[in-house]
Design a protein around this ligand. Structure first.
Ligand code: PMP
Length: 360
């Protein structure tokens, strides 16, 4: 006779889920400088005005924050020229993504995205109950939109498009995305994840906020973590049409965005000019790093984020260990490649010293 198990049970969907693994900090015991290039963070400290706004907000930490994030929604609405009903905020854009997939999917549904891409996509998809449908990138590390369109079935609820693609770097062209959208059924939500948009340079690159305006099945994800340098405060947002935003808000955790984070985000929008100047410096560093790597003989795909991708295959872990030994932590994807964040010039130089002597 079988007896009921006395073990606590969890959803079987979790059996196949790996907890998110963040980039590691650098380790060094000889006292020389270390550089963390493993999490696509902004190397600059907060601007004084942003810090002041956050500190002032912290004085009321005995109170819950504004659950409606009204001041932040109004600031974002003015910044992007969209109604507040078209914006949902969360504790980082990753939280907004989780809420969105939870809102859109149930068991048996499918979520299509390019692979390799952001590590949170398979996790968020499986937690929503849906099945990931991963479409390999092209040889030059770009989205293969023909193959992605072909992967859509009547179970597809959401397509995720990451531009620039983390961790490989290329950005999606506007005509590529528009052509793809024409091929996608209107009841499939296309989420354009633009976490690194402010670092993009060039003509004809997608601006999701423009694309979404006359397309009810498009939503855009943006974040304060990268260009705005607020990774530690956890503020991200989606811009989409009212039904999408209302669905995200239903899934959101109560009081998810602290008032310190809301105040820092509003202050960052006010200080946007200064912050975007810093982005310009990082973009110039990115150009310097990519040119140097190519000069050393590395094959580097288009880099439109605050990071570069080195395809190293089976040498990935050995390379990560070699950079680690120089006090620089990078993000290895075993068997595939290494993603390296663009940091301050000294950090980039420390990294380039290793690539210069690496046998290829
Ligand atoms: N999307 C992409 C493509 C990312 O790389 C990241 C962060 N690594 C995020 C979303 C989430 O960023 P956050 O939660 O800090 O807003």
């Amino acid at each position: 006779m079988t007896t009921p198990s006395d073990e606590v049970r969890f959803r079987s969907a979790l059996d196949d889920v790996q907890a998110y693994k963040p980039g590691k900090p650098p380790v060094r015991t000889d006292g020389r400088p270390t550089y963390k290039l493993s999490s696509n963070e902004n190397p600059y400290p907060p601007l004084p005005g942003v810090l002041e706004a956050a500190t002032a907000a912290a004085a009321s930490m005995n109170r819950y924050p504004d659950n409606g994030s009204v001041a932040l929604l109004e600031a974002l609405s003015a910044r992007f020229g969209v109604p507040t009903e078209h914006i949902a905020v969360g504790t980082g854009s990753v939280a907004v993504l989780f809420h969105l997939l939870q809102a859109a999917c149930e068991a048996g549904d499918e979520v299509v995205y390019a692979w390799r891409s952001f590590e949170a996509y398979p996790i968020a998809t499986k937690l929503s109950g849906a099945t990931p449908v991963e479409v390999p990138l092209t040889a030059d590390a770009r989205h293969d939109f023909k193959a992605m369109a072909a992967a859509i079935t009547d179970r597809t609820r959401v397509v995720l498009v990451c531009t620039p693609n983390n961790p490989t770097g290329p950005a999606v062209r506007t005509n590529e995305l528009l052509e793809f959208l024409d091929a996608v059924p209107r009841n499939v939500l296309v989420v354009v994840d633009e976490a690194y948009r402010e670092f993009m340079r060039g003509e004809d690159l997608v601006d999701g906020v423009e694309v979404y305006r006359d397309r009810p099945n498009v939503a855009v994800l943006r974040t304060f973590s990268k260009a705005y340098g607020l990774a530690g405060f956890r503020v991200g947002f989606a811009i989409g049409h009212e039904p999408t935003v209302a669905a995200i808000r239903k899934c959101a955790l109560p009081f998810g965005v602290s008032h310190v984070a809301q105040a820092a985000a509003v202050a960052s929008l006010e200080a946007e000019k200064d912050l975007l100047e810093r982005v310009e410096t990082l973009v110039a560093e990115r150009t310097r790093v990519v040119d140097a790597l190519r000069g050393q003989g590395w094959d580097v795909p288009e880099a439109q984020g605050n990071f570069v991708w080195l395809s190293l295959g089976d040498d990935t872990l050995a390379f990560a260990t070699a950079v680690d030994a120089e006090g620089v932590s990078v993000r290895p994807f075993p068997g595939d490649g290494v993603r390296v964040t663009i940091g301050e010039p000294e950090a980039n130089d420390a990294f380039l010293a290793v690539t210069a002597s690496w046998r290829r």
